[in-house]
Write a protein that binds this ligand. Structure first.
Ligand code: SF4
Ligand code: SF4
Length: 489
């Protein structure tokens, strides 16, 4: 049991010398950080579970529709051509995490990581409710297989499997939407073998991780856990033990001792089984349980709280801590760069519809005596889950230019894609040669516009006018030379 194993800096508590898993039983703890983490954990669970339910622009708030290669993030709709925007989204998030870690250490791991949130606030909460605090769980582990033990274990693992199944379904609904998931359930596993296989695999993985693997994922597998030590320095906020104040450890009654009474309460509550008094360690996920545990003890022995507290390595060693340092500027610059590029690209490119305009392949233009025509193809794609209506207009074009084809009140049903031909005409008497202009596609649903600047091609105006004049002259001559009925006797 964790209580009987002495953590040290040469080995990982949760792994035995022979490589087997050492089962930890973190003790219950209460205090301001535990309460705050519980509230944040509850809010996050609600957010994770409800995002597929909240409709924005006709799609779930987060819907990674891989089947149709469309991605919807809080009202921003991206299709496969816009996927490059995700690079800036992911790198922006990564740089935010770098920046936050350099300032606040592993705040992400202990407070907001979905793995910790589910493990601490769902699975461990169920375990504690059924089997009791650490000593009772330890006793139950060692007890022979009685009816009561079988019942408790069945209830606990039954609830673990139920929660894993629910989380797996919520996770899959991010990719197929709730409506899609409901359809899959109605159709049955035979019709949607891959999706049901994915849910079954995910359920089994979640159950394995949360029922057995637990803290080992953070300690030996999580890549962020590995890189966080490279992101922090001696000024980063961490959870640490005040050695100057706490040592030498021993009985509170001995005036030569420090404030640490060596009660091991901070070790007993630690979900990764480490001793925070040994200094900052890779296994520490920053959950603050040891702060609450030690504060409880300090209150009991009438000493000031904060022997274990949020601080920096420098501050704990009596050196003043700096927030502003080269690392701060480097990560801040990367974070601002990533998030700004993402915001700008989303604003400019990601729309609930796509409108791409190309010249019709083949002849660049058509001409006759009445004017010069360019034909364009307008590829419209409605990314919304509801029908949308669009209007096409011209901008920065000469006022004598005109359009023919479908230009107003173009309605596309949900997720529909269509291509329209648009003819732009320059009348012969006004034509002055090639020019650039803008075709504007505007959504009536929200007034959003997509603008495409494109060229109008045509012949040399001098040559064209000469040809038109010659053709007109020839036509007039022919008209003059052709006898009419009235000329006949
Ligand atoms: S040392 Fe403290 S903060 Fe770190 S994991 Fe253990 S209990 Fe949590
Ligand atoms: S809980 Fe506090 S007093 Fe008890 S061993 Fe840990 S640091 Fe020392």
């Amino acid at each position: 049991m964790a209580e009987n194993k002495n953590p040290n800096l040469d080995s990982v508590t949760t792994i035995n010398q022979d490589g087997s898993h050492f089962k930890l039983h973190p003790a219950n703890v209460s205090g301001k950080f535990t309460t705050a983490r519980r509230i944040i954990g509850f809010i996050l669970i609600v957010v994770y579970a409800t995002l597929p339910w909240i409709p924005i622009n006709g799609n779930p708030a987060v819907f990674l529709d891989t089947a149709n290669r469309e991605f919807h993030l809080f009202g921003i709709s991206l299709d496969v051509q816009d996927l490059w925007v995700l690079f800036f989204f992911i790198s922006g998030l990564g740089f935010i995490l770098f920046f936050v870690t350099s300032l606040l250490g592993r705040i992400w791991c202990g407070w907001t990581c979905p793995y910790t949130v589910f493990l601490d606030h769902i699975y461990r909460a169920i375990e504690r409710a059924i089997e009791g605090d650490a000593p009772a769980r330890k006793k139950l582990d060692a007890a022979p297989l009685t009816g009561s033990k079988i019942l408790k274990r069945m209830l606990k693992h039954g609830l673990f499997i139920l929660c894993s199944t629910l989380i797996a379904h919520i996770f899959i609904s991010y990719f197929v939407s709730l409506k899609g998931l409901y359809g899959f359930i109605q159709d049955g596993p035979r019709t949607h073998t891959v999706s049901f296989g994915a849910i079954a695999f995910l359920t089994a993985t979640l159950y394995f991780c949360f029922a057995w693997f637990r803290e080992q994922f953070c300690v030996v597998m999580c890549p962020y856990g590995r890189i966080q030590s490279a992101l922090s320095d001696d000024n980063t906020m961490v959870i640490g033990y005040d050695e100057k104040r706490g040592d030498p450890r021993g009985k509170a009654s001995d005036p030569n001792n420090g404030d640490c009474i060596d009660c091991r309460r901070c070790i007993n509550v630690c979900p990764t089984g480490i001793d925070i008094r040994d200094g900052l360690q890779l296994e520490c996920i920053g959950c603050a349980a040891c702060i609450d545990a030690c504060d409880e003890i300090m209150v009991k022995i009438d000493r000031p709280k904060g022997l274990v507290r949020y601080s920096s390595h420098n501050a704990l060693n009596g050196i003043s801590s700096k927030i502003i340092r080269p690392r701060f500027f480097a990560y801040l610059a990367l974070m601002l760069l990533g998030t700004t590029v993402f915001a700008v690209t989303v604003y400019k490119k990601a729309r609930p519809f796509n409108a791409q305009i190309n010249k019709m392949t083949g002849s660049p233009y058509q001409k006759d005596n009445t004017g010069v025509r360019n034909i364009y193809q307008v590829h419209l794609s409605n990314k919304r889950n509801v029908s949308s209506t669009f209007d096409i207009s011209l901008q920065d074009a000469p006022e004598w230019i005109s359009m023919s084809g479908t230009t107003n009140g173009i309605t596309l049903t949900a997720k529909e894609k269509k291509t329209y031909n648009l003819v732009v005409i320059a009348p012969a008497e006004k034509y002055e040669g090639s020019f650039n202009f803008t075709i504007v596609v505007k959504s009536r649903n929200d007034g959003m516009t997509v603008k495409n600047t494109i060229s109008f091609a045509g012949p040399s105006p001098k040559l064209y006018r000469k040809n038109v004049r010659m053709a007109k002259d020839a036509a007039e001559k022919e008209a003059r030379d052709t006898p009419t009925h009235t000329d006949q006797p």
